[in-house]
Each structure stands twice: as structure tokens, then as C-alpha cells.
Design a protein around this ligand. Structure first.
Ligand code: ATP
Ligand code: MG
Length: 364
């Protein structure tokens, strides 16, 4: 015997999400194999293996062709829908799930027409390939901004949402159709990139049931298996879906520290058909994304910090790691924030100020 549950789970893509799935699979006895889509030779899969992906779309390569041809590629058909914002928004409309008002940027649409339909401030988003705020273009009537060349038919236009805050829900659906959820996460994006997350928060509890019903509807409609993330705008007590990710998600990284079953473990369990149970969440958890900064061993000296370094080359704006904290009591939270603040680049002052404002009472 191999010592495994005789299960090999291939992950299309070998970035940090694939690596963290592998990390989570190890104690379960599941052999998780993230695979670089540009590797020269295609892997040889066994018929009982399982395939998942850490990204929404992929070019045709020997590796992606081999994985795509396999019968046990979880949710395979759904990736094409999610990877194209036009199809994704159309599906959400069809299911009656609220999203930011939008339209396709059609071949003959002018800026004036789009402003007439959607208002003075409109965000254009490329149908495919955008992430971390890339592939987006603001159309502001006051500035006479123009639709970029080549964006007609290749982008959607979305009304600017004056949201109070951004929240996300990480859901899990097992092979029997049972759904499980983590508590809502509050997210801070700066320049279109997620910089920090907090969960759970008492004041988000009243939204939990509504959010769960929305994501359940979507996961059931497509008979989804595994982890799905729903990013939302919270506007005047209501939730509007911003976008859906058919995979483990950055705003769920805190579950590595704050839950007995992380989002990565949940995904591995469900796609390989292992038993799933309701994850139990402890403490107040917050995550800080490390963006474009060099590795600093002093982060490890901060009490309670749990570092995940992705071992990627450092470039401005690139996510290169994250630090999780799972804490109880304002004093402990404050102490951790004060220790980590001087160890991060200057632009993190805003991030830390946001965490303090959300987590500490005004007198602290
Ligand atoms: P991700 O890295 O999460 O995949 P992305 O680049 O694919 O992100 P979105 O999540 O659509 O793109 O947008 C990134 C951020 O831009 C959002 O989290 C939000 O802060 C802002 N944003 C997106 N759409 C709107 C909108 N309609 N109105 C106002 N702000 C928006
Ligand atoms: Mg997003």
C-alpha cells in the first residue's frame, strides 16, 4: 500500500493556491500534485485520479490538454462560464442573483450611450484574463474618458458602486450536495488588490444567512463540488455580487489559522470524495497580504504570526505571501498590529489603520 487513500489530485497551475492545496492534502493522505501549465511534458494520469484548477482559464498546452481530457476534472464546464465576465454576469442574472448593473460593451456602443445606461462613473472590465484590478478601465463622464481600442465586444461595463465595504463568502459543496460555509469575511482592497481580510465580525452576522442563500443557489444550480468564493459589495444593508471564483480564494486564506478545516482542506476533501464536516472557526482572524515586498525574517518574531511565503520573485504589485493572525482579546490584537506595522513598507500604514479601526474599540 502506498500510505495514501490511493488518491492523486492534480492541480492545473503551480502557483501559491496549488501549493497551499498540496500543503493541506498531505495530512489527509491525499497526494496533491500542482502542475505548471507550461511544463514541457504532459503528465500521465490514472483513470481514478482527480483534477482541479487553481485558475479560471488556461491556454492550450500539453499539460492543460492532458488534464482537461480527464473524466474526473471537478466542475470543468463551469470554468468557461466563470472565466468570461459576460457569461458569468449573464448566469447571475438568470439566477436572479443581484450584481452591479452592467452591459456588454457592444461593437457600436459609444461612451455617451454607456453613460446613459449606467451613469456618470462606469468601470469597464475585460471579459477575460483580468485579476488584481488588471484589465479594468474607468469611464468617467466628467473626464471624457474613452473606451480603449479593441475593448468593444471584449469587455463589460459596470456601474460604479458606491459601496460601504467589501465582503466575501467562502462556500463548500460536497459530492452529496451538502453545503458548508465559513463566516463572512470583510476585505480591504487597495488599488484593486486585496490587502487585508478579517473574519468573523459580529456586525456581519445579520448578512450571513442571505449570503449563504445566494451562494447555495449558485452552487446548486451548477452542481458544484468543492470551494467557491463569492465577492460582494455591501451597500446599505444589501449584498451585490461583484464576482465569483470557482476555487479557493485569497479572502479565505485566514481559514488556515482560524478554522480546524481550512478552505484548502475543504476543497481537497470534497473534490476527492472524502467525508466533509462543518468547519469550526475559532478566535478573530485577520490576514495581511504581502504585496511586492522582500521577505523579512523579523515577521516570524511577531507573536502569533503565521507566515506563508510563496517563493516567487518579488515585483511591484505582485502577491508574494501573506501573514495570518488568529487572536482573542483587543489587547492581543493591538499588540500584534503594533509589532507588525514597523516591519511592513510604508504603504501598509493605511492597511494597519483599517485593521485597527475594524478590530479595536475607539479608546484603544
Ligand atoms: P480579483 O483579483 O479579485 O480577481 P479582479 O481584478 O478580477 O479582482 P474585481 O474583483 O472585479 O477584479 O475588481 C477589483 C476591485 O475593484 C474590487 O474588489 C473593488 O474594490 C473594485 N471594483 C470592482 N468593480 C467595481 C464597481 N462596479 N464599482 C466600484 N468598485 C469596483
Ligand atoms: Mg475580485
Amino acid at each position: 500500500m502506498s500510505g495514501y487513500f490511493n488518491k492523486t489530485l492534480w492541480v492545473l497551475g503551480a502557483g501559491q493556491l496549488g501549493n497551499m492545496l498540496q500543503h493541506a492534502g498531505y495530512p489527509l493522505g491525499v497526494d496533491v500534485k500542482p502542475i505548471d501549465i507550461d511544463a514541457e511534458s504532459a503528465p500521465v494520469l490514472d483513470k481514478d485520479d482527480v483534477v482541479t484548477a487553481e485558475r479560471e482559464e488556461w491556454p492550450k498546452t500539453p499539460v492543460t490538454n492532458a488534464l482537461s481530457a480527464h473524466n474526473n476534472f471537478a466542475n470543468q464546464d463551469f470554468f468557461a462560464t466563470i472565466a468570461d465576465r459576460f457569461l458569468q454576469k449573464s448566469l447571475l442574472d438568470k439566477l436572479g442573483l443581484a450584481t452591479a448593473p452592467w452591459q456588454l460593451v457592444k461593437a457600436d456602443d459609444s461612451e455617451a450611450q454607456i453613460h446613459q445606461n449606467l451613469g456618470e462613473r462606469v468601470l469597464l472590465k475585460r471579459r477575460k484574463g483580468g485579476y488584481d484590478g488588471r484589465g479594468q478601465h474607468w469611464l468617467k463622464q466628467a473626464e471624457n474618458s474613452e473606451i480603449p481600442a479593441d475593448w468593444h465586444e471584449n469587455a463589460i461595463a459596470e456601474q460604479a458602486i458606491n459601496f460601504d465595504e467589501e465582503v466575501s463568502l467562502i462556500g463548500v459543496r460536497d459530492q452529496q450536495g451538502q453545503c458548508y460555509f465559513y463566516p463572512l469575511t470583510l476585505n480591504l482592497h487597495q488599488n484593486g488588490i486585496l490587502t487585508a481580510s478579517i473574519s468573523p465580525l459580529d456586525r456581519l452576522k445579520p448578512l450571513q444567512a442571505t449570503a449563504e442563500a445566494m451562494l447555495t443557489k449558485l452552487m446548486d444550480a451548477v452542481e458544484y463540488v468543492g470551494v467557491m468564493a463569492m465577492e460582494c459589495f455591501h451597500v446599505e444593508g444589501k449584498l451585490l455580487i461583484n464576482e465569483i471564483a470557482p476555487r479557493v480564494h485569497n479572502s479565505g486564506h485566514w481559514t488556515q489559522a482560524g478554522s480546524n478545516i481550512s478552505q484548502f482542506e475543504s476543497h481537497v476533501r470534497c473534490v476527492t470524495g472524502l467525508p466533509m464536516i462543518q468547519p469550526s472557526v475559532r478566535n478573530t482572524n485577520f490576514m495581511i497580504n504581502l504585496i511586492g515586498c522582500e521577505l523579512d525574517k523579523d515577521w516570524l518574531a511577531v507573536e502569533g504570526s503565521e507566515l506563508f511565503w510563496y517563493q516567487k520573485s518579488v515585483r511591484p504589485g505582485r502577491k508574494v505571501g501573506h501573514i495570518n493572525f488568529s487572536k482573542t482579546g483587543e489587547k492581543n490584537i493591538q499588540s500584534a498590529l503594533e509589532q507588525i506595522e514597523p516591519l511592513l513598507p510604508e504603504q501598509y500604514q493605511e492597511t494597519i489603520a483599517w485593521l485597527k479601526a475594524e478590530l479595536l474599540s475607539p479608546s484603544a
